[in-house]
Design a binder for this molecule. Structure first.
Ligand code: NAP
Length: 250
């Protein structure tokens, strides 16, 4: 087995994660398809991976739940051995709101999934990949957001703050493990046409906000997956600790 060609994509049952799974399978990666709730959709994504001649695992784990996430990594260890790649894609948003109207429980859940979940999966990946710990290297890609830079005023400053944390984390971890055979980068999507916008109370946001995008259209999940796949690949062998913006110029 080629250890470098196994990748875990978190939140891969739909949207950008699902596009990453199929794109990476097309590039020769075996894909562990993580999801939290929608097993039927995750299973369909796994079938699309297998249809391209690659292996797939379907793994339920809420990345905000440490025990479930550790069990997911243990299952990958048992079935495939050490990972060569991780895409930290699972992320949530919440109803559009001003800060003064938000409850703290919302912030805790968002930070648990978007930040702690990303750090936790990255920690487990580094423990397995690091040449410092006997591993054979690898690559990690985190999903940031244009909100990290724009701030999401009046919409979701909490989500924006969680993605700002991803940018800082990508810079720091990228430098921390650069000499240990691991590259760490992020993709920063703008307005992408996925189902995430329904959770913010604006299911048509991708279309209705297109006017604020210099290219005058939302992006597709596959346009993000293309950047993720490049960052994971050896084509990006001298790229680490950086963020690639995929936002149509926004
Ligand atoms: P999406 O369509 O809502 O899909 C989210 C995926 O994450 C689903 O597969 C969902 O699966 C999974 N998920 C949610 N919570 C999870 C958890 N706690 N543990 C594990 N999996 C979980 O979202 P998307 O638009 O593809 O976004 C993907 C990433 O890109 C996110 O990090 C998001 O913040 C970022 N992003 C998106 C946009 C955009 O415009 N779409 C822009 C900037 C950044 P289940 O339902 O099965 O749990």
């Amino acid at each position: 087995m080629d250890f470098r060609r196994t990748v875990l994509v978190t939140g891969a049952s739909r949207g950008i994660g699902a596009a990453c799974a199929t794109k990476l399978a097309a590039q020769g990666w075996d894909v562990a398809v993580n999801f939290a709730r929608d097993e039927a959709s995750a299973t369909r994504v796994a079938e699309a991976v297998r249809a391209q001649g690659r292996r797939a695992l379907v793994l339920r784990a809420d990345v905000g739940d440490e025990a479930a996430t550790l069990a997911m990594f243990a299952r990958i260890d048992a079935e495939w051995g050490p990972l060569g790649g991780l895409v930290n894609n699972a992320g949530i948003v919440d109803m559009q709101s001003r800060l003064e109207d938000m409850e703290t429980a919302r912030w805790r859940r968002m930070l648990d999934v978007n930040v702690v979940g990303t750090l936790l999966c990255a920690r487990e990946a580094v423990r397995r990949m690091s040449t410092r710990r006997g591993g054979r290297g690898g690559a990690i890609v985190n999903l940031s957001s244009a909100a990290a830079v724009l701030g999401g005023p009046g919409l979701y400053v909490d989500y924006a703050a969680s993605k700002g944390a991803i940018d800082s984390f990508t810079t720091g971890l990228g430098r921390e493990v650069a000499a240990d055979g691991i590259r760490v980068n992020a993709v920063r999507p703008g307005i992408i046409d996925t189902e995430i916008h329904a959770a913010s109370g604006d299911p048509n946001r991708a279309a209705s906000a297109a006017g604020v995008v210099p290219m005058k259209r939302p992006g597709t999940a596959m346009e993000c997956a293309n950047a993720v796949a490049w960052l994971l690949s050896d084509e990006a062998s001298y790229v680490t600790g950086t963020v690639v913006t995929v936002s149509g110029g926004r």
